[in-house]
Structures are given as structure tokens and as C-alpha cells.
Design a protein. Sequence first.
Length: 269
Amino acid sequence: MSGVSQKISRQQAVLLGAVPMAALAIAYLVAAAMRHAANPADRLLPLPGAMASALWALAAQPDPLTGNYLFWADTLASLQRLGLGMGIATVTALLIGLALGALPLARAALGPLVVGVAVIPPIALLPILFIVLGLGETAKVALIVIGVAPVMIRDLAGHVAGLPPEQIIKAQTLGASSWQVILRVALPQAMPRLIQAARLSLGPAFVFLITAEAIAADVGLGYRIFLVRRYLSMDIIIPYVAWIALLAIAMDMALVAGGRRLFPWAGRP
């Protein structure tokens, strides 16, 4: 059986997923080897050994000025900002999304505001956030929240508003109040959707995080990338970008695993 009805086992999926990644790695190694054969001092495509040495210096050797292990300090700072921003955005999306989706009055009052905020490019608000909130952590976290929360709210509200009306009518027939309908009917079905919305928001959240760190920070993955770019330190930039990708993949996998464990009835995400 082939085509749209073909079944792929987990082992086959892992193998098929690894093929393009391996091909990309081989293509990079070939290109890097060719450039270094022509110019041993080439810095555009560093060889794996150079990247490993540069990363080792940041991850395993303390900084002479601060005494910190810069790679881990950058990772911890970025994860704290990202975790706080995504946490606030997720809770906000759940509360407001449920209200907008389940209550017509709330949808009429707040719906246009949410749409208006959602269509504003968050990066355009960054100077305002820095002016109003300063250059500290608050502005960086606020950018992540403003960047992802409105989209998550719209997605969750649309999902709740699209629930079969028969479910609501049956609950009301059994004597459920509006809040009971929200808590017992809408909330359980909104939670799997919220996890999917959080998964889709991870990429934009990293974009806003790196942007804020590049402009105003003294530690963080984005700060380090934009600090060393002036020296053409691709042996640091490429490992940092790869590390960000690995962190995002790990977070996505954690959300998938959590969704399957908490809401097995919702199907595979």
C-alpha cells in the first residue's frame, strides 16, 4: 500500500527523517573541505574541529573576566527568558481564549482588540518596550508575550467557538451554568489545542528572544551570536544556532510527550 494510505513505522520515520539531515551535514562538510583546500584560513565554513574547539572554550573553560562558563550562562539566561515569556503567554491564551470562544459578550468586547494586537509586528514594538520598561529582563519577556500570546488566543478562541453546539446544549439541559460549561466542556477540549498552539509558537518565541537579546543584553544566546559576528566567528555562530535548534526540538518533543500522556484521547498531535 502506498500514497496517502501508506503506514510508516516509528523506525522507518526515524530513518527517513535522518536521511535529509545527514545529507545536509555531508554537503556542509564537502563545501567546507573544498573552501579550506583553496584557503586554509577560510572562516566562512569552519571545519568541525574548529567549531568543537571554539565551543569547548566557551562551555568548559571559565571566562577570565567573569569566571562564568559562557555557553552555559548564555543558555540559562535565554531559557529563563523564554520559559517565563512562554509561560505567561500560555496562561494568558488559556484564560482569554476560553472567554472569547465561549462567551459571545467577551468575544464582541475583546475580539477586535486581540485581532488588532495580533496583526502588529512585535518587532516594531520593541523600541516602545525598551523606552517604557527599560533595557532589563521585563522588556525581553514582554516582547515574547506580545509576540505569541495574541496568535495563541485567536487559535484557542476559534477552537472553543467551533465546539459542537450539541455538547453545550446537553450540558445546559443537565443544569450546567455558563462557568460549568466552560470548565467541564470547553476547558478539557481546549487543553490539547493549547499544547499545539504552544508548539507552533516556539519558533516565533525564539525569534523574539534572539532579537531582544541582540539589541539589549549582556548574556544570552542571541547576545553571543551578535557579539561575535563582528569578528566573523562562524565557528561560534554555527554551533550556537545548532544548539538553539536542538533546544527547540527538545521542547517540541516534550510538549508532544506531555500532550500524549495528559490527553491520550485527543489523538496524535
